[in-house]
Design a protein around this ligand. Sequence first.
Ligand SMILES: [Mg+2]
Length: 424
Amino acid sequence: MGRSADLPRGLVERYRAGPGGWPEDTGCPMLHVDMDAFYASVEIRERPELRDRPVVVGGVGVRGVVSSANYIARRHGVRSAMPTVQARRLCPRAVFLPPTFALYQQVSAGVLAIFREITPLVEPLSLDEAFLDVSGSLRRLRTTPAGVGAEIRRRVHAEHGIVCSVGVGPTKFVAKLASGLAKPDGMLVVPKTEVTAFLHPLPVSALWGVGKKTAERLFDVGLETVADVAAAPLPRLRRMIGVAMAEHLHALAQGHDDRPVVPRSAEKSVGAEETFDTDHHDRALLRRELLRLAERTATTLRSRGLRGRTVAIKVRYADFTTISRSRTLPVATDVTQEIYRTAAQLLDEQTPPGAVRLIGVRVEQLGAGESEQLALDAPEQGWREADQAADKARSKFGDLAIRPAALLGKGPDRAGTTKPGPDR
Ligand SMILES: [Mg+2]
C-alpha cells in the first residue's frame, strides 16, 4: 500500500488509543507494528543533537535515492525513494547521512526479539515492520491485544530508543491500514464490529493490491471509496478489473481477509547492490565493490540466522544491458569471504568487459543457519569467527569500524543507492 499517509485522518481519530484507554479490542488479535522513519530514527538516536533538525538517510551521490526521512524533513516534502538531489532542493538545511545497515539490522533483530517473547506468530515484512497474531498469548500475559500493542510501543522505545506505531484489528489488512493511520507515534484500534465503518470512507487506493492503474480504472467508473467497491455488483467489477482482482477487492471492501500470520524468519533471498555515480570499467574496483556488497549481504544473513546455497551477481552496463549469473555451493554459507570469492569468480568468468553502472550480490536458497550441516573445515570456521567478531564491533562502533583490508580508503564514488528502505 504505502499511501496511507494520504488517507483522511479526521475519520479515524475515534479509533486512536490515548491515555484514557482504547476502543473495544475483543476479537482483534492481529497487530501490525511499524517503526516510524526507521533508518532516520536510528541515526538520530545515535546523534541526539540532530533531534530537532530535518534528517535524510540515503545515497549521497548524484544518483542517490532517499531511504528514510524524519518527520521534520517530510514537512518539506521529502519522501523515501525520491532522488537525493530533489530532497536537497526541497530541504537544503537537512542533514544528509549515508545508511548504516549493520546498525539497522541489529536494532531490527532486537525489536523482533521483543515480538517473539510475546508470540511465536511473528511475520516480519521488512527490517522495520511485522505482523503479530497475539490470540494465543493473551491469557498468559493477562492482557488484551491493545494492551500488547501499548507494551510493545513502550518497550521498543525504552530498549531501543526509537518510536513505532501499532495497528490493532481483527484482520491483517485492517491492522496494517490502522498502523499507517496511527503514525507517527500512535496506536489505532479498530473494533471487530466497526471494520466496515472504518474501511468504507477510505479511498479505493487504501485497498491492499490496488495500484495506481487499478485506482484510476475504478475512479473512472465512479468507484472512489471502499464503500463504492463494497456496494458494486461483483459481475460488474469482474468485467472491469478481472475475476481474481474483483473478488479479492470485493472481499476486502466487506472487511473479509482470512490471511493468517505466517511465522517467518526468512526471505527468499538477501542481497545488496550499488549504483555508481560514474560508470566503471576497472575490474579491480568492481571486485572491491563486490567484496563490500558481499560483506553487507553476509552481515544481513548472520543477523537473521540464515545461510544460503546460491550466490548470484547482477551487472548492469552503461547501456542498461543487465546480466545475472549464479552458482550453487555444496553447502550453504553466511561467510563474507565465500560469498565474495564466488561472486568474484562469476564476474571474472561470466561477464564481458565494459562500462558498469550497477553491480549487485545476492544469496538465494536460504535456510536457517542451525539446521544446516556445518562445514567444519578449518578455514571456513576461522572466517566465520572473524565475521562474528566484526559484526559485534560494527554494531558497537558503526560500519567503518571493521572493513576488509581491501576496502580501506578505496571505495569508488558511490551513489549508495541500495534499494530505498521501507520507510513509514
Ligand atoms: Mg516503517
